[in-house]
Design a protein around this ligand. Structure first.
Ligand SMILES: Cc1cc2nc3c(=O)[nH]c(=O)nc-3n(C[C@H](O)[C@H](O)[C@H](O)COP(=O)(O)OP(=O)(O)OC[C@H]3O[C@@H](n4cnc5c(N)ncnc54)[C@H](O)[C@@H]3O)c2cc1C
Length: 357
C-alpha cells in the first residue's frame, strides 16, 4: 500500500514512521525543511500539560505523560527529566490546595511513568533552589517533574528513524491539492496513492480549502512566542501570570533562559514572529516572578510558532489540546496534536489508514 504523508513536522514524521513500521510504502512531502515550522518553536517540554487538567482533558494528560517516558527511553541524549518549581504567593493565583490536587492527579495519571514524587518546598527551600525568585509574599513552591527536549534535534532524530524504516522524505516539495480518491498534486506534478495523510499542522485546513474539500473539524490558530535570554537559569519555573488564569515558563535552556509563552490569534497570512506586545508581556511576566529585571539587551533572540488547536471552545485559550483524525475516502486529515503525543497520534493514524481498502 502506497501512502503519502503531507507535513514534515513531528506529527507528520511520527505518522510516516508508524506507517512504515506497519509495512506501508511511505512518501513524506514537506514544502520546506523537516522540523522547519511549529515543531521547532515549542516550549521544548515533553509534558502531560498540568494546565489541561483544568479543562478536564484527563485522557490527553495521561497519554502525554506516558509518551513522555517513551521519548526518554528512545532518545536519552536529546531529552531529560526536568524539575520545575511552581511558586505560590500570598493572595495570588490559584489556592495552594488546588495546585496540590492538580499535582496529585498528575502523578496518578502518570502511573508507572511518573518521574519522581512532587514535594512542597517552604519559602527558604524555594529561595535556595531559585535564589532570584521574588521573595515578597512568597509562601513556598511545589517542585514537580516533567521533561525537556531539544525539539529540533529530537525531531530530526525521529525523521532519521523514519528514513531508516523506509520512509522517502521529499523536502522542498509542496503539495498543492489532494483528492478523496488518492490523487495528489505536488510542485513536482500529479501522483496517485492508496491513501493520503494530511498532517500539515496549522496548514492542514488550508490544504483542504485549496482542494475544495469540506471537513467536520476546524482549527484555531494561536501564536506562541518565546524570548531567549542571555542569563543562566538555576531552576525551571512555571508561574501564574498575574491577574489572569494563564501560566508561563522561565526555563534553563542550553545555558540560557527561555521565557514563554503567549497566546495570540494569528492568520496564516501574517508573519509568524514575536510582536513588540508579546515581548513586553513576557518581560513583565518575568519581572513579576524574578527579582532581577530582564534588560532588553539580554534578549539574544525570539522565536514564535502557531499552535494548530482543534476548535473545542469559543476562546482558544480554553480549548483542549485534544486532536482529531478525520477520514474521508482515501484522505485522512489530522487536526491538532501536541509534540509530546506525536507517536501515539502516529499510531492512531496508522490504524485509520489500515481501514482503507
Ligand atoms: C509556542 C508553542 C509552544 C509549544 N510548546 C509545546 C511543548 O512544550 N510541548 C508539546 O508537547 N507541545 C508544544 N507545542 C505544540 C506542538 O509544538 C505542536 O502542536 C506540534 O509541533 C505541531 O506539529 P505538526 O507536525 O502538527 O505541525 P508543524 O510542525 O507545523 O508541521 C507541519 C508541516 O507541514 C508543512 N506543510 C504545510 N503545508 C504543506 C503543504 N501544502 N505541502 C507540504 N508541506 C506542507 C509545513 O511546512 C510544516 O513543516 C507548542 C506549540 C507552540 C506554538
Amino acid at each position: 500500500m502506497r501512502v503519502a504523508v503531507i507535513g514534515g513536522g513531528i506529527n507528520g514524521v511520527m505518522a510516516a514512521w508508524e506507517l512504515a513500521r506497519g509495512g506501508r510504502q511511505v512518501t513524506l512531502f514537506e514544502r520546506g525543511e523537516v522540523m522547519g515550522e511549529t515543531s521547532s518553536a515549542s516550549t521544548k517540554l515533553l509534558h502531560g500539560g498540568l494546565r489541561y487538567l483544568e479543562h478536564g482533558s484527563f485522557w490527553l494528560v495521561r497519554e502525554a505523560l506516558r509518551e513522555r517516558s517513551w521519548w526518554f527511553s528512545q532518545a536519552p541524549h536529546l531529552c531529560h527529566p526536568l524539575r520545575i518549581l511552581l511558586p505560590h504567593y500570598e493572595g495570588v493565583g490559584r489556592p495552594r490546595w488546588m495546585l496540590g490536587v492538580g499535582l496529585w492527579l498528575y502523578r496518578i495519571l502518570a502511573g508507572a511513568a511518573n518521574i519522581a514524587p512532587h514535594q512542597w518546598l517552604g519559602r527558604e527551600q524555594a529561595l535556595e533552589a531559585s535564589p532570584d525568585l521574588r521573595p515578597e509574599g512568597l509562601l513556598g513552591a511545589y517542585a514537580f517533574w516533567d521533561g525537556q527536549m531539544d525539539d529540533h534535534k529530537l525531531g530530526l532524530w525521529a525523521a532519521g528513524q523514519a528514513r531508516a524504516a523506509g520512509v522517502e522524505i521529499r523536502e522542498h516539495t509542496a503539495v498543492r491539492s489532494v483528492s478523496l480518491d488518492g490523487d495528489l498534486i505536488a510542485d513536482t506534478g500529479p501522483k496517485h496513492f492508496d491513501a493520503i495523510v494530511n498532517v500539515a499542522g496549522p496548514w492542514a485546513r488550508k490544504l483542504l480549502d485549496a482542494s475544495e474539500i469540506p471537513a467536520r473539524h476546524y482549527l484555531d490558530l494561536v501564536r506562541g512566542s518565546h524570548l531567549v535570554v542571555d542569563r543562566v537559569c538555576p531552576a525551571a519555573i512555571l508561574a501564574e501570570v498575574r491577574a489572569s488564569r494563564r501560566i508561563a515558563f522561565i526555563l534553563p535552556y542550553l545555558g540560557k533562559t527561555l521565557v514563554g509563552t503567549t497566546e495570540e490569534r494569528q492568520t496564516l497570512e501574517e508573519p509568524i514572529a514575536c510582536s513588540e506586545r508579546e515581548r513586553d508581556y513576557l518581560i513583565r511576566f518575568h519581572d513579576s516572578v524574578m527579582s532581577t529585571p530582564l534588560e532588553p539587551g539580554e534578549i539574544c533572540s525570539t522565536f514564535a510558532g502557531v499552535r494548530p488547536l482543534l476548535r473545542t471552545a469559543d476562546d482558544p485559550g480554553k480549548a483542549s489540546r485534544e486532536y482529531a483524525i478525520e477520514r474521508q475516502g482515501r484522505l485522512v486529515t489530522v487536526f491538532g496534536g501536541k509534540w509530546t503525543t506525536a507517536r501515539s497520534l502516529g499510531q492512531k493514524v496508522a490504524g485509520v489508514v489500515a481501514k482503507i481498502a
